[in-house]
Ligand binder design. Sequence first.
Ligand code: TNX
Length: 613
Amino acid sequence: MNLTFAITDANTPPGAAAVSTSPSTGSATDPAPLLPPPGQETGPLLPPAPLPAHEPDAATLARTAERVAGDLLAPPAPVRLADVVPAPELVEPDPDADWVLPADAVVVASTDPAALAVAGHLAELLRPATGYLLPVTDAARPEPAGGIALMLAVPPAGAGPDTDLGAEGYRLTVAASGVTITAATAAGLFYGVQTLRQLLPPAIESPVPVTERWVLPGGTVTDRPRFPYRGAMLDVARHFFTAEDVLRVIDHLARYKLNHLHLHLTDDQGWRIAVPGWPRLTSVGGANEVGGGPGGWYTRADYRRIVRYAAARHVTVVPEIDLPGHTHAALTAYGELAPDGIAPPPYTGTEVGFSYVDPAGERTWAFIADVLGELAALTPGPWLHIGGDEAFKVKGATYTDFVERVQRVVADTGKTVVGWHQIAPAGHLDGRVLQWWGTTTEDAATVDAVHRGARLILSPGNHSYLDMKYAPDTPIGHDWAGLIDVRRAYDWDPGTHVAGVPATAVLGVEAPLWTESVTSLAEVEFMLLPRLPALAELGWSPRATHDWAGFRDRLAGHGPRWTTAGIHFHRSPEVPWPTDRAQPPTEVKPRIPSQNHPDSAADPGRVPLTDPS
Ligand code: TNX
């Protein structure tokens, strides 16, 4: 074989033309490629390029030859540029531009605190497995210079859609000179970083240094989301999850470019957020959970920690106080909120629809103003979720009057209302958002609310409820909305799902995880993965990329990543997981027997609620 390669003299300034004996077709000012294109190593001998003004010394020649020989023997990048979840909008591979992260790489970012924070985040992601120092530095105009550059760039005025990356888009280029991520915002840079992370070998997930060739596939990814709202919900009321657990869940969201974490903070079995002036909400209302465990709650400091951690990952926290139903825990703490004025004993079962705060009581309204006021003050994001589901005992005008008054309380705090789609019949309020959790695709009240200006978050129970079992033998979870395997989680279209609701009224998607039967972080992960990435792809990727076979194959590559990172997941048989050397993660053992959801009889297969009164 005819080895042809470029020799860069140690004295050659960076970026200047290197001397080449390769069949380069570039102009005199192009940097010569280090390697000839694949398959052309034995091409015809061209006339030698002009000699440098001075000969490289023997040591330089030897080092260069060693490096080039190493590169020639090296396998191509194990991850392909298109192997990203969620699927990017545009992928343009350049197999000649694979790039190996050098041990002395620097992460350079635009001189902007938010961009530098993303650069710091990237360095923290890469340091444990690589063991590299990866210093972070700023520059007015970052160049990769053999490292990774994160560049904030405002598109020129009048720029077309090709250059307009939007509020969350990014462009990632892997070239022989290094990696550049460009975006208009720090959020865009952050999503570029998540893509970069997925393009490295799975060993990048190791918490300890490993020997690996940290190669990235060459080319360009240009990407931006389909919907602005992409989220997951964690029910911390049925079972309590510590702030530490919630931070881990935020990590999982961020990996897949989800940008909202909805926390279901209150329900019949537990009240999980401290509210000044109402101490018994937590000391009494927070001291239980399904099955009789000790429960728990977040202090202001805990909640602030969650919000801060989320914000650093471009995740907005959406707190939910479920009203007027699902309030039994609050009633155990303050009997004056109950219609009969008597505090009931705690409830640790899984029925729904029996509790409500007294809609006519003035104490109720003082309570609501204090609770929502506190959450508005603690929450930087624009949303307050008021629940509104399954309030079976507050009917007709009493219900809609109640919801309308709560909506006004929310508006007075400066936040925007989100509620489950049951609030549809209540009057419209500017910006109001309904969260669809139906298992059908038709609902006149919801369509009517949309015509009055409401937007929709899509959480169809039969596709996105991550508390549903994967299969009949899934050890935890429900099946009232059907079994949801990965394909079912993936094969629907948020843009057309509810008849009469146009894609323009769809704010985005959310996967709720109710936790009646989910008791630990391991079980949370088991229910989230691998279905959460399916939902993330529906929220992020252009519909034109939707393809089950392709998704399944891309998803399969994430198994070894989760295993390496110590994350539990369900080894769904539909996904062709590679056989990895690491031990497969253990399947979770249920601590709580699975229960069906005894809700209204609207869906066949659902067990009707037996009214306890
Ligand atoms: C319905 S979805 C509920 C929750 C349950 C869930 C269990 C919704 C708004 N309400 O109270 O936890 O089903 O799957």
